[in-house]
Ligand binder design. Structure first.
Ligand code: FES
Ligand code: FES
Length: 192
């Protein structure tokens, strides 16, 4: 294959090496080479957000990123949010609040909301709507999506409050423990 490159990055916590063409888009690498089909292809023009992934702590549209740009990156897709069979609080909340209909936008919507709640753990309704403005949904009218994000934010905050104060050096571990507690509290089997 002419003009190829081997690119290495972390995908949902696991190291990955993949050989791609210079022009290959990240969404195609994820779906066609790495079997991560959670991120969807909607518009392929950076408008719909169906392809959203988390790249080095930022929400990006994988249809607008070249895979060769991701060398050394730390990437999270919708597949990386569930841990050990336990859904993330956002995944659980989208289920409970009926934040989806066809589900096509949902992986991108949840992946974006995951980063939004880290940027702003207590967003207002307006901030949620603004924060998700790059993710389009043609089915739900957005109301239940907003409710789901509000519900997840509350659960994550309650779990964090329930965690005793930690010394500064252990803050990171405390945050991880709070999030894990929230996820556990929110865990229910999903069959939809
Ligand atoms: Fe990437 Fe629509 S497929 S933004
Ligand atoms: Fe169908 Fe959002 S649930 S596009």
């Amino acid at each position: 294959m002419a003009n190829t490159h081997t690119v290495s990055f972390k995908l949902n916590g696991k190291p990955v090496d993949v050989t791609v063409e210079s022009r290959e888009l990240l969404i195609h690498t994820l779906r066609e080479r790495l079997a991560h089909t959670g991120p969807h292809i909607g518009c392929e023009t950076s408008h719909c957000g169906a392809c959203t992934v988390d790249l080095d702590g930022m929400s990006v549209k994988a249809c607008t990123v070249l895979t060769v740009q991701c060398d050394g990156a730390d990437m999270v897709t919708i597949e990386g949010l569930e841990q050990g069979g336990v859904l993330h609080a956002l995944q659980q909340a989208f289920h409970e609040e009926h934040g989806l209909q066809c589900g096509y936008c949902t992986p991108g919507m949840i992946t974006r909301a995951y980063r939004l709640l880290q940027e702003n753990p207590d967003p207002s309704e307006q901030e949620i709507r603004y924060g998700l403005a790059g993710n389009l949904c043609r089915c739900t009218g957005y109301q239940n999506i907003v409710k789901a994000v509000q519900s997840a934010a509350k659960k994550l905050a309650a779990a964090k409050q329930a965690t005793p104060a930690q010394p500064a050096a252990a803050e990171g571990a405390a945050e991880a423990a709070a999030e894990a507690a929230a996820e556990t509290a929110a865990a229910q089997p999903v069959t939809a």
